[in-house]
Design a protein around this ligand. Sequence first.
Ligand SMILES: Cc1cc2nc3c(=O)[nH]c(=O)nc-3n(C[C@H](O)[C@H](O)[C@H](O)COP(=O)(O)O)c2cc1C
Length: 174
Amino acid sequence: MSLVQQRTSCRAYEPKPLPREYLELMLEAARLAPSACNKQPWRFAVVEDEAMRMRLVDEAFLAGIPMKWAINAGAIIALGMEKSAITHKIAPKISGVDYPLLDLGIAGEHLVLQAEELGLGTCWIGWIKPKKVRAIVDWPKGIEPVGLITVGWPITEKRKTRPRLPAEEIIKWL
Ligand SMILES: Cc1cc2nc3c(=O)[nH]c(=O)nc-3n(C[C@H](O)[C@H](O)[C@H](O)COP(=O)(O)O)c2cc1C
């Protein structure tokens, strides 16, 4: 099975730390991602410290979705967007496309697939309070948190596969 077929969001982790070199490989995979005009607007804050992970889960998650499982992830990685490049201001005004956000998505998924290859589980967390995330990871105002990715040792028997729309519904061949 390929990595993309194998990957599912992981919401159950063994509460064990992660090897630093695994995290470095994941961040390197993200660093190599493509980006519009090669502007690389991504910034990452890797939260390994247990007290800070707890703060993220307790203070920076929005209410309504139960996500306490995230506490057992060995690391929570914050994805931040740095949009100061002049192209980031002009290009979206012309095309209407939010390139930095697109770039962050690509980089995040590079990171996720590298984690999968290493036998780790991940879950994107978009249901966040960006300002709280910024305060906890101590980013300056110019970096806008857009999401978190939990990474940890997966409890694989709790993995679930979610359905996808059929190809005919999402693809148009011309
Ligand atoms: C941008 C983004 C934000 C997400 N936010 C959350 C979240 O806040 N909480 C959560 O439990 N899952 C979150 N997910 C995971 C999705 O629910 C999941 O990817 C989707 O249901 C498909 O399931 P799968 O990843 O297992 O294939 C997010 C995924 C993405 C890509």
